[in-house]
Design a protein around this ligand. Structure first.
Ligand SMILES: Cc1cc2nc3c(=O)[nH]c(=O)nc-3n(C[C@H](O)[C@H](O)[C@H](O)COP(=O)(O)OP(=O)(O)OC[C@H]3O[C@@H](n4cnc5c(N)ncnc54)[C@H](O)[C@@H]3O)c2cc1C
Length: 405
C-alpha cells in the first residue's frame, strides 16, 4: 500500500514513520527547498530561518515519541530553560515563574526545544532511504474507487492508495479537496512572529530564562539558544485577520514603544521573519474517500493552547495504527480513517475550547488584566496552582498503552 504525504513537517514525517511501520510505502512532498536544519543559502539571505521558534513539547506527542524509541534524541534538544521572567516595557521585572513548576505539572515529561529540531529528529528516524522530495507541492488531486492520482508542481504524477494532507494551517490539500481556508479557520484575534538573532551580549543577559516583556495588547519573549544565538517570540492583538504586506515593518511599528533590549532586536529582525495569524482550524470531517488530513491542517489548536506539535505527532500515530489494519479497498480505508477521526477529534475539540478560553489571558488587552495575570503567575509555584493547571496540561492518551504493547 502506498501513500503520498504532502508536508514534510512534524505531522507529515511522523505519519510516514508510522505508515512505514504498518508496512506502507510513502512519498513525502515538502515545499521548502531544503530539510530543516540544513541552511538554504538563498532563503537565509532573505532572513528565513526555518524552525525558528521554541515549543514546549509534552503530553500525548511525548508518549508517541517514546513509543518510536526517540525519547533520548528528543531530550538531547532540550533547551533546559530555568524560568520565565515577566518584565515591564522599561525592563523592570514584574513576576517570575521557575520551570520546576511547569516540569512538575508535566510530570517531568516536558521538553522546550526548537520546532525545527523536532522535525530533524523525525526526519533522521525515517532514515536516508526515505522518499522525501523537497521544493515541491501538490497541483491537482483526482480520486476514483481504486486510488488517488496526485499531480505535483513539477508535473510528475503519483498514483497511491491514500493522499495525506499534512501541510499545516494553510493546507493546500485541504484547499484542493475540502475547500477554501475561510470555511475552516477561526481567527483568535492575534498575530505572532518569531526570529533568531546573533547577539552575544543579549544572550548573556537573558541566561537560561525566557524573558517576556509585556504591555497591554503586546508581548515579546526573548531567550538564548547557544552562546551567541537567541530567539524571539512575539505576539500582539490585532483586530484584522489578515497578513501585513511587510511583516518586519509591522513588527517595528507595533513594538515601537517597548524598551529593554527590544529596539535592538527589532533592528536585527530579518526581512522575512516567521509571521502568521493565530488561528484554529475546525474541519467537520477529516477525510474525503482516499484523502485525509492530519496535524494543523485539520486540528490546529493554536499557540494559545500550546500543544499543536504534540497533538500532530500523537494523531499521526493513531492514523498509522488504524491504517495498519486496513486493506486497500475504499471501504476499508474509509473505515480506518473514520476510526482515526473518532479517536482524535474529541480530544482536539477540548484542547481548542481550552485555547479559546486562555486567549484573553495569553496577551492581556488591558493593564488590569495584566495585573491579574501577574498575580496568578506569582501563585504559579504553589501546590494549588499545580492542581488548577494540571488538568489543562493533561490530555487523555490518544493511544492506550495496551495497544502499544
Ligand atoms: C509561535 C508558535 C508557538 C508554538 N508553540 C507550541 C508549543 O509550545 N507546543 C506545541 O506542541 N506546539 C506549539 N505550536 C504549534 C506547532 O508548531 C504546530 O501545531 C505544529 O508545527 C503542527 O505541525 P504540522 O506538521 O501539522 O504543521 P507544520 O509544522 O506547519 O508543518 C507543515 C509542513 O508542510 C509544509 N507545507 C506547507 N504547505 C505546503 C504545500 N502546499 N506543499 C508542500 N508542503 C507544504 C511546510 O513547509 C511544513 O514543513 C506553536 C506554534 C507557533 C506558531
Amino acid at each position: 500500500m502506498r501513500a503520498v504525504i504532502v508536508g514534510g513537517g512534524i505531522a507529515g514525517l511522523a505519519t510516514a514513520w508510522w505508515l512505514r511501520r504498518a508496512g506502507w510505502e510513502s512519498t513525502v512532498v515538502e515545499h521548502h527547498r531544503t530539510p530543516h536544519g540544513v541552511v538554504d543559502t538563498d532563503a537565509a539571505a532573505e532572513g528565513v530561518i526555518p524552525g525558528g521558534y521554541v515549543i514546549d513539547f509534552f503530553g500525548p506527542g511525548y508518549d508517541s515519541i517514546e513509543a518510536m524509541g526517540l525519547r533520548d534524541r528528543l531530550r538531547s534538544h532540550d533547551l533546559r530553560l530555568e524560568g520565565i521572567q515577566y518584565r515591564a516595557t522599561n525592563g523592570r521585572r514584574t513576576a517570575r515563574m521557575g520551570t520546576d513548576a511547569t516540569q512538575r505539572m508535566g510530570g517531568g515529561r516536558l521538553v522546550s526545544m526548537l520546532r525545527g529540531n523536532l522535525e530533524l529528529i523525525l526526519r533522521e528516524a525515517l532514515g536516508p532511504g526515505a522518499d522525501v522530495r523537497h521544493g515541491l507541492s501538490v497541483a491537482r488531486v483526482e480520486q476514483d474507487p481504486d486510488g488517488v492520482t496526485v499531480e505535483l508542481t513539477d508535473g510528475t504524477v503519483e498514483r497511491a492508495d491514500l493522499l495525506v494532507g499534512a501541510d499545516g494551517v494553510h493546507s493546500r490539500v485541504r484547499e484542493l479537496v475540502f475547500g477554501p481556508e475561510e470555511r475552516y479557520r477561526r481567527y483568535l484575534g492575534a498575530h505572532t512572529a518569531a526570529f533568531l538573532f546573533e547577539d552575544p551580549e543579549v544572550v548573556r543577559a537573558v541566561g537560561r530564562e525566557l524573558h517576556m516583556v509585556e504591555a497591554p495588547r503586546v508581548q515579546a519573549g526573548v531567550y538564548g539558544l547557544t552562546g551567541t544565538t537567541g530567539a524571539t517570540f512575539l505576539c500582539h492583538l490585532s483586530p484584522e485577520g489578515s497578513m501585513p504586506s511587510d511583516p518586519r515593518a509591522r513588527l517595528r511599528e507595533v513594538y515601537a514603544g517597548m524598551g529593554w533590549y527590544l529596539p535592538r532586536l527589532l533592528e536585527a529582525c530579518p526581512p522575512k521573519p516567521f509571521y502568521d495569524e493565530v488561528e484554529q482550524i475546525e474541519v467537520p470531517t477529516w477525510s474525503r474517500s482516499r484523502v485525509v488530513l492530519v496535524g494543523d491542517a485539520c486540528q490546529a489548536v493554536s499557540l494559545m493552547a500550546g500543544q499543536g506539535a504534540s497533538m500532530a505527532v500523537a494523531a499521526a500515530e493513531v492514523l498509522g495504527r488504524e491504517l495498519g489494519g486496513a486493506g486497500p479497498s475504499e471501504a476499508e480505508i474509509g473505515a480506518a480513517l473514520s476510526r482515526y477521526e473518532g479517536r482524535v477529534k474529541p480530544v482536539i475539540e477540548t484542547k481548542q475550547a481550552a485555547g479559546r478560553r486562555l486567549a484573553r489571558w495569553f496577551v492581556p488587552a488591558s493593564a488590569t488584566r495584566m495585573l491579574v495575570r501577574r498575580q496568578l503567575l506569582r501563585l504559579a509555584s504553589t501546590p494549588l496552582a499545580d492542581r488548577v493547571a494540571r488538568p489543562f496540561l493533561a490530555s487523555p492518551k490518544l493511544t492506550p498503552e495496551r495497544e502499544r504493547a
